[in-house]
Write a protein that binds this ligand. Structure first.
Ligand code: SAM
Ligand code: SF4
Length: 465
């Protein structure tokens, strides 16, 4: 999931003892949750080398941008950000600037030619070699490693939890993607799909529980195709099995996951979600387009009818399940009829929320090679707005349906707008805000909240004893 609010967020772990570290790094992350998770791995690798973090790039010896290539705009943001470091580098030439993640992988050595101030370019599977590249760059030699791996899962690296609320954490369960959706750059920037050792996932979750965490989100581009074969003759672990194993660690630990590809989510997964109270009743099920013809061009491997049947199945097995989607407006050759199919399917699925984008052609993807990006920008934007309007109506309606209900909420922290209020989430991933009412609650507590009002994005309620 691509959280707009967190784009460009900088991290500062280990800020308590700044004098302990020989050098300081600054790391800023863009893109999907996977990148934010990777920054936690990078922080762990750097910390072992004696580097501490700072939130102020002006005092950093190393500046890193963990980048995203998913849409053109994401890349432009990073290019613009890089120009802001130019002055700093002129004043203090020993400062190293590194580009990490998907843009590094996509542009490879071109990045070093195009952006002269960049010293290090490193792809998502090469973070273990970062200390060596820093060493080379210190000696004046620009460093690049964009090798993709078929095995790397960083299973043995304990991520340093960055900007954590101490309640919710992301746990990466797989890397890469084999799906080749024609619009998508991910298979090229993150390589082949590989699943992480199940035991190392469980150990990371156990550690989080012992540190007081109450919610984990299992992360991957397509979690439903998780498949880990342990060495020896032990049985392979599927996603449904993994979900159950994590849920059984503690009834107090909420379990979420993201993202599901509609073609891969099985009944077995749905029944596992239904069976355990602590597996959240929420599924992010990207649709992309409601037109079978467009879906075929996108290489999504399902039809409009098949997707609708999947939504019906979710509602049948988990009646209280929240569902959200990703949607793309204006893909190549999309007609008004195709667009209306998307609008109609949004209304059929009754999503609680969606992430919505207009199509952005990405170099090297199947769509770029095969099709013309022929929907004019103005039409893409108008269609996107119609999709946003349809979703806004559904989100309002979904929240309106919760009025008067008493919902179980996990408190994540004080509300951003008012410190006298708590902010938390329901199992369906809805944000709930409510007054603290002088009760002795703290982040990580489960409470019951009666919903009094709602806005499009938030439920507002009152604590119930
Ligand atoms: N793996 C997930 C899946 O299959 O649904 C999502 C991965 S991607 C990081 C997140 C979303 O970005 C996609 O679901 C899609 O809606 C959107 N996206 C990807 N490529 C895009 C493009 N070229 N233009 C516009 N949106 C795009
Ligand atoms: Fe991209 Fe499709 Fe893989 Fe998602 S499933 S990361 S959209 S190729």
């Amino acid at each position: 999931m691509h959280n707009e609010i967190r784009q460009g967020e900088a991290y500062a772990p280990f800020a308590i003892e700044p004098e302990k570290y020989k050098r300081h790094f600054y790391i800023e992350s863009y893109g999907c949750q996977m990148n934010f998770s990777d920054s936690e791995i990078v922080a762990s690798i750097l910390n072992k080398e004696g580097f501490g973090a700072t939130r102020n790039y002006e005092e950093a010896d190393l500046i890193f941008l963990n980048t995203c290539s998913i849409r053109e705009k994401a890349e432009q943001t990073v290019r613009k950000r890089l120009t802001e470091f130019k002055k700093l580098k002129q004043a203090k030439p020993s400062t190293l600037v590194g580009v990490l993640g998907c843009m590094a992988e996509r542009l490879k050595s071109k990045f070093l030619e195009e952006e002269k101030l960049v010293d290090i370019v490193i792809g998502p599977d090469a973070y273990r070699t970062l200390p060596q590249l820093i060493n080379d760059a210190d000696g004046g030699q620009k460093g690049i490693n964009v090798l993709l791996s078929r095995e790397e899962t960083y299973a043995d690296i304990a991520p340093v939890r960055l900007n954590s609320n101490g309640v919710t954490a992301f746990v990466s369960i797989m890397r890469g993607c084999n799906n080749m959706c024609s619009f998508c750059v991910v298979p090229f920037t993150r390589g082949r799909e590989r699943s992480r050792d199940a035991e190392s996932i469980l150990n990371e979750c156990r550690d989080l529980i012992s540190m007081g965490y109450k919610e984990v989100t299992l992360l991957g581009q397509n979690v439903d195709s998780y498949y880990y074969t342990p060495p020896g003759d032990l049985k392979p672990v599927t996603f449904a099995m993994l979900l159950e194993m994590v849920a059984l660690l503690s009834p107090d630990l909420r379990v979420r996951f993201s993202t599901s590809h509609p073609k891969d989510i099985t009944d077995e997964v749905l029944h596992t979600i239904a069976r355990y109270e602590n597996i959240c009743k929420y599924i992010h099920l990207p649709l992309q387009s409601g037109s079978t013809r467009v879906l075929q061009m996108m290489n999504r491997n399902y039809t409009r009818e098949w997707y609708m049947a999947k939504v019906d199945r979710i509602r049948e097995i988990i009646p209280e399940c929240g569902i959200s989607a990703d949607l793309i407006a204006g893909f190549c050759t999309e007609t008004e009829d195709d667009h209306h199919d998307t609008l109609a399917l949004i209304n059929y699925a009754r999503y609680d929320m969606s992430y919505m984008f207009f199509y952005s052609e990405r170099p090297g993807t199947l769509a770029e090679r095969r099709y013309n990006d022929d929907v004019p920008l103005i039409v893409k934007k108008r269609r996107l707005q119609e999709i946003v309007d349809a979703q806004n109506n559904l989100s309002k309606e979904s929240n309106f349906n919760d009025l008067g209900k008493t919902l179980k909420v996990l408190i994540e922290g004080p509300s951003k707008r008012n410190i006298d209020e708590w902010m938390g989430r329901t199992s369906q991933n809805k944000v709930v805000v409510f007054p603290k009412q002088d009760k002795n609650h703290s982040p990580g507590d489960y409470v019951h909240v009666r919903i009094k009002y709602s806005t499009q994005a938030t439920l507002i309620g009152k604590l119930i004893d």
